[in-house]
Design a protein around this ligand. Sequence first.
Ligand code: NDP
Ligand code: HSE
Length: 404
Amino acid sequence: MIQIAVLGYGTVGSGVVEVIDTNHDSIAQKAGDEINIKYVLDLRDFPGDAIQEKIVHDFDVILNDPEIRIVVEVMGGVEPAYTFSKKALLAGKSVCTSNKELVARHGAELMEIAREREINYLFEASCGGGIPIIRPLNSSLTADQIDEITGILNGTTNYILTKMMQEGLDFEEVLKDAQEKGYAERNPEADVEGYDACRKIAILSSLAYGRQVDFEDIYTEGITKITAEDMKYAKVMNKTIKLLALSKNKDGKYYAMVAPHLLGQSDPLYPVNGVFNAIFLHGNMLGDAMFYGSGAGKLPTASAVAGDVVDAARHLKRSIMAFWSREKLELTDIGSAERRFFIRIQGILEKELEKVQKAFGPVEVLQVPELNQEFGCITRAMTEAEYKTKAADFENLLSMIRVR
Ligand code: NDP
Ligand code: HSE
């Protein structure tokens, strides 16, 4: 029997307990041994819950128990999760986690410790919830040179944007719903300001490109400025608005960003709705591949964490992760990235169009019948830097969304 401990009995932690209870026999068969949850660490007690007899409040109980071979860290946050994970690894216990904030910040170091001790630090659930993406990048795609990753990597914001688009619902109302469903981070600012997607693209990029991509270096915009009016324009264009996290390698120069984009119907990411996530990859040999599935929530996430537990149980004395180097990958400024921009201009079309054309060059004009004090335009393709200069000099600009 393999004894494990779960740190944090919240949305994901209670899900891990449920997955391991529900699929106990098939998990034992696949792991090659029975998996038993011996302890659950949490700050609270859970009177009336069957888990109560396993609850401990002192991490040292877990650390000092030689029977514990695998620790599941699903508390979230950097501390004390970092200290607990590091101590567990140094004590020879494998760690499985869904904590992307910690993986993005300290993943390289924790993987290195695991490798030195021939154990594992696994984090499949850290990106894309229940979607297998870490494992493919770590094994199936290692012979390829990945030159693009573009993903819808945050379930909460995709859920919000989908409801705003399809049902005309209000931002705050949908956020509350996403929180109740257990999709959102403890501090939902991480979701709606794009920080969560930023950490995830940093992890995927580090893994794909083999060097540490610091999330602090990634240009990040969230969805808080997206309005009902933007959605109306998107509908007129037969497009949708998605928060994309992307990184690209162009001739050895890497850049990464997180920002809302307008996507047309032929885009593979267009139909990814609700809490679903998708990750589109391009490799120099592979060509295109896309991974799709439930991007957040208790059981999909717990399924990925429990899958890591099975893998850790199968490899108690062998490190299976191809880890990325702690050497920093320098990202280039996004200024040279080229695309078209959708802009909303305040004023009457007939009066303002000439000024817009003078500032931005030829544009495609869009109008929403009920928005008669403004109009929209799609610019020609230009670099981010060029757009920024032109926009800085233009007075009547209401908003901008990038066009993919
Ligand atoms: P929750 O807030 O629901 O659960 C965290 C649990 O850990 C809570 O029960 C909390 O207790 C407990 N906890 C916090 N600090 C400590 C501590 N110092 N000692 C013991 N227990 C502690 O979060 P989630 O389950 O939603 O998320 C957990 C992690 O998984 C996060 O890193 C999150 O980003 C990630 N994740 C979440 C997904 C989701 O869909 N929810 C999907 C993918 C990843 P208390 O409530 O009393 O503070
Ligand atoms: N808050 C995150 C999301 C959880 O909404 O995607 C999954 O990582």
